[in-house]
Design a protein around this ligand. Structure first.
Ligand SMILES: Nc1ncnc2c1ncn2[C@@H]1O[C@H](COP(=O)(O)OP(=O)(O)OP(=O)(O)O)[C@@H](O)[C@H]1O
Ligand SMILES: [Mg+2]
Length: 249
């Protein structure tokens, strides 16, 4: 498999807080990489840093053979980096269709509105939202807004797709449905990096796992190997099991 993304020594600070510390990470084409770790570990920051939202203070990021370390978010999007947001924020008054069409127009300037809407309809059909195409985004349920978020990301024709907790807040039937979509995208050859707290989903979908702890990767490898790594159990999985047995998540 050839390499699509490489981070070398990437760090990011927020005033006093070291959110990412010397991150080295490589993602190969066709992989479905699970990015896991405790709350505040820096997972979302890592995606924001790669996408140019919160640029790295040091280190380099190579994507598809180009240095994108200082790339602005819209440039990153046009190069084929696309992501869903942990907190979904559609244009509330726009229809579901136009939210997706807007993403297509944004990432592919010069596209006509008609073409963008046609593409948007296909992406909505893929995520099962065609019946809601003309509804204002504000009227959709959380599960539907999460799928809308996925359709928007796909409309940007990603080479690399980041999924930030697409299953958070969903019930088990909704999680299963979203998982099936992710499987399909992986089969279609889209490289995926998914941030996910549900270990069942991670183990079901991911070909590899990276664990982030205090802004630094502490494990990287095949899923079964990583989840039995004592350092990972100590830093993250122990808490997950404790939370679950206490009835949360
Ligand atoms: N824009 C920002 N300004 C200041 N601090 C930030 C900013 N973004 C993130 N942080 C801080 O950086 C740390 C890492 O946050 P991040 O959101 O990346 O964690 P996470 O691993 O995604 O956590 P969660 O699982 O809760 O989503 C946290 O302490 C957070 O408060
Ligand atoms: Mg996060």
């Amino acid at each position: 498999m050839s390499e699509l993304l490489r981070l070398t020594g990437v760090s990011r600070r927020f005033s006093g807080l070291q959110a990412l510390r010397d991150v080295n990470l490589s993602v190969a084409r066709g992989e479905v990489l699970g990015l896991i770790g405790p709350n505040g570990a820096g997972k979302t920051t890592l995606v924001n840093t790669i996408c140019g939202v919160t640029p790295a203070n040091s280190g380099t990021i190579l994507f598809d053979g180009s240095d994108i370390t200082r790339t602005k978010p819209y440039q990153a999007a046009r190069r084929g980096l696309s992501r869903t947001f942990q907190i979904v924020q559609p244009f509330a008054e726009f229809s579901a269709l136009d939210n997706v069409a807007a993403a297509a127009l944004f990432s592919q300037p010069g596209t006509s509105l008609k073409t963008a809407r046609e593409a948007a309809r296909e992406h909505l059909a893929f995520v099962g939202l065609e019946p809601q195409a003309d509804q204002p985004a504000a009227t959709l349920t959380l599960a539907m807004r999460k799928r809308l978020e996925l359709a928007k990301a796909l409309a940007m024709r990603p080479k690399l797709l980041f999924l930030d907790e697409v299953n958070a807040g969903l019930n088990s039937a909704e999680v299963e449905r979203a998982t099936a979509l992710i499987h399909q995208l992986a089969k279609d050859g889209i490289t995926i990096v998914m941030i996910e707290h549900l270990m069942k989903v991670v183990l079901n979908v991911c070909t590899r796992i990276v664990v982030l702890h205090n802004g630094h990767p502490i494990a990287d490898g095949p899923p079964r190997e990583v989840i039995s790594n004592p350092a990972v159990v100590e830093a993250y999985l122990g808490q997950q099991y404790a939370k679950r047995s206490a009835g949360h998540g």
